[in-house]
Design a protein around this ligand. Structure first.
Ligand code: SF4
Ligand code: SF4
Length: 291
């Protein structure tokens, strides 16, 4: 099973729109949403049924036992994150501010503080003919890279025999993106013809290069500023990066997404362009073209 990861370097480029269309064109039987901070592929993936869910424990948080607490204030004084709150001489931990460093437990003279595993998110797995792995990180929680690795592991463990699995990655170049890139066969970067788009493209390509994963590039809404689209194509040529297509700006794309389905069935110009992008990508992956 070849793994195709879709990235963009930042949000708003049409990455998930492209991923959803490619999944539909491929009739993909294995796919995942690794944008665990803001997953939304499930909204347009045409999934049915109820997913299996499991809790994700990404870190620890402090908890104060009021029975043991004498109200000495040592934890309040020593917490560098101002995560201990005091109200009428009652001390409690603010779960959103606590970093789980353990200093409060160390200084507490009565052993009233313990560090407990924190449910940092929920993993969801749709199984059946199509396997879809996704997750949602809770507000204010970190360790999203670790959760991305769990999402990919669930896909690996449950994916049926298939040629290509499609993974929608997260924006940016941080920890969750690095976790997304690791172990995939190709990264398709969906860029946009803006100066920030070019900058993001270069950063994400450099990240993939460090991780030794090949990349290909397409430009979404290429006709909004063709000069920059040409600059991207030229840069790809200079860098030896396959340029796999231009996708036009198409209001049909936002209409399809707003109606909760992918572009694939619309036959609009953006869908046709994405179809060609997919065929180029499959060639790079050495997988037969879809019909
Ligand atoms: S574990 Fe660290 S961050 Fe959390 S409340 Fe205790 S001292 Fe503050
Ligand atoms: S250090 Fe321990 S005893 Fe003192 S206020 Fe904090 S939890 Fe209570």
């Amino acid at each position: 099973m070849k793994k195709l990861l879709i990235l963009s370097g930042k949000g708003g480029t049409g990455k998930t729109t492209a991923a959803a269309a490619l999944i539909d064109f491929l009739k993909a039987r294995a796919f995942a949403d690794c944008d665990v901070d803001a997953p939304n592929l499930h909204l347009v993936a045409g999934l049915t049924g109820t997913p299996r869910t499991s809790e994700y424990y990404g870190s620890q948080k402090a908890r104060i036992d009021p029975e043991k607490c004498t109200g000495c204030g040592a934890c309040f004084d020593h917490c560098r994150f101002q995560a201990i709150e005091k109200n009428d001489n009652v001390y409690r931990v603010n779960e959103y501010a606590c970093e789980g460093c353990g200093v409060c437990a160390y200084v507490c003279p009565t052993q009233a503080v313990e560090l407990v595993d924190d449910v940092s998110g929920i993993q969801m797995l749709y199984t059946g003919k199509r396997v879809f792995s996704t997750a949602q990180l809770k507000m204010g929680r970190g360790n999203s890279g670790k959760l991305v690795s769990e999402v990919k592991a669930a896909l690996n463990d449950h994916a049926p025999e298939t040629d290509v699995a499609v993974i929608d990655g997260s924006p940016g170049i941080g920890c969750p993106v690095i976790a997304s890139v690791t172990g995939v066969d190709l990264v398709l970067i969906v860029s946009e013809p803006s100066l920030s788009g070019i900058s993001d493209l270069k950063r994400i390509a450099a990240t993939a290069r460090i991780l030794n994963v090949p990349v290909a590039v397409c430009v979404n809404k290429f006709d909004l500023y063709e000069k920059n689209t040409e600059a991207i194509e030229t840069w790809c040529e200079e860098e030896g990066i396959p340029f796999v297509g231009r996708i036009p700006y198409d209001h049909c794309a936002s209409e399809a997404i707003n109606e909760g389905h992918s572009l694939a069935a619309t036959g609009c110009p953006a869908a046709l362009a994405l179809r060609n992008v997919l065929n180029e990508v499959l060639e790079l992956l050495e997988v037969p073209e879809c019909a």
